[in-house]
Ligand binder design. Sequence first.
Ligand SMILES: Cc1ncc(COP(=O)(O)O)c(C=O)c1O
Length: 435
Amino acid sequence: MEIFDTLESEVRSYCRLFPTVFERAVGSRLFDEAGRGYIDFFSGAGTLNYGHNNPVFKERLIDYLRRDGITHSLDMATRAKRELLERFQRVILAPRGLSYKVQFPGPTGTNAVEAALKLARKVTGRSHVLYFQNAYHGMTLGALAVTGSAAKRRGAGVALLHTTPIPFEGDLGGRDTIEHLADLLANPSSGVDLPAAVIVETVQAEGGVRAASFDWLQRLAQLLRRHGILLIVDDVQAGCGRTGTFFSFEPAGITPDIVCLSKSISGFGLPMALVLLRPDLDVWAPGEHNGTFRGNNLAFVTGAAALDYWQDDAFSREILRKAALIRQRLEKMAADHPGLCGPVRGRGLIQGLHLIPDGLGAESSHAAFQRGLILEPVGPNDEVLKILPPLVIEEAELRQGLDILEDVLADVAGCDLVGPLSGDAVSSPLSPSLA
Ligand SMILES: Cc1ncc(COP(=O)(O)O)c(C=O)c1O
């Protein structure tokens, strides 16, 4: 690890959580240089929904490269982009009755969010945007201004303006947060300027795996429509099938004005992002939101291939079946360790186990890593273990990962832990079957 420690900036973080040098990965497993295997309950923070090196996408990519296909094209028209757009319309938009226009911003989630915020402000002529407590929308200045985490916001170095946080579902205890928002918007003395937009994650991922109810989302959409406020759904992490449907908002029966997609939209870990916008909102002037890497054609090739999974509803049903399995196992773990575990949260294949004692989320993630399982602690105090396996994970691997998690919790409970875990308590050898 020496070159990383001496040369790479202190800003790195995931390598501290998973301190090894990874070399290759297949399906739902990563392997490090020493040949140790790890089950992946992390999926590149939601980028590898279709697994590592998905063999079908890999073949299409290799074939495309062999034919000297265009790799970089800014926003010029290419065959790979046409095929992606045509398939996206045919497989995703049309069957859902959605008539969005598609914008390619720079190839990151935060860039999609920047574009969505800019567009909402331009269309409405209003500068203010509301976002939810615990939200995470990215690290560029506009996206940071709608992100809750104080630690992340501090990094901005400037005031983050023109936004106001509002409580997410459940944040006010017994008080309904949509009613609260309705009051803020109706009261001319509330101090909240009429916003251009409200941006929401249907499942707050980094914020602690908090899934909004469909009823809450419906009432949010209705309220915003009544006030002429645009609804932006940030589906960067919860979209692309993560919750069981292609878009996370589908089962709520809402149609956002603007949708942000990234992470798994390329299907292969290649950078790409999309902003979907209501056609009448497409008031951009040419080049008004720009970026050198908008034309990542390799991502278009694998992104088009990934849409094969969505030709019918078989994949959705499979995701929901695995989600039920995870949920049942997590509920059992929570019931077995009432002093350690709070409620299980989430929807589809983004599930969270709330751990009660301070610091336990990070320590349990560390312990799981040592046993050959990769998963991330999230939430304001890293108190929630986020279970985010590839959607294509084999059931046997899923069970194996859950077994490791169960062992970690049993160890932790055995330690009667209040402070940090001792490394020795969890350094049992990796299961040989993982290597
Ligand atoms: C909901 C959501 N929005 C935006 C982002 C930012 O995406 P990126 O890291 O690609 O900029 C993330 C990243 O985790 C996310 O989870």
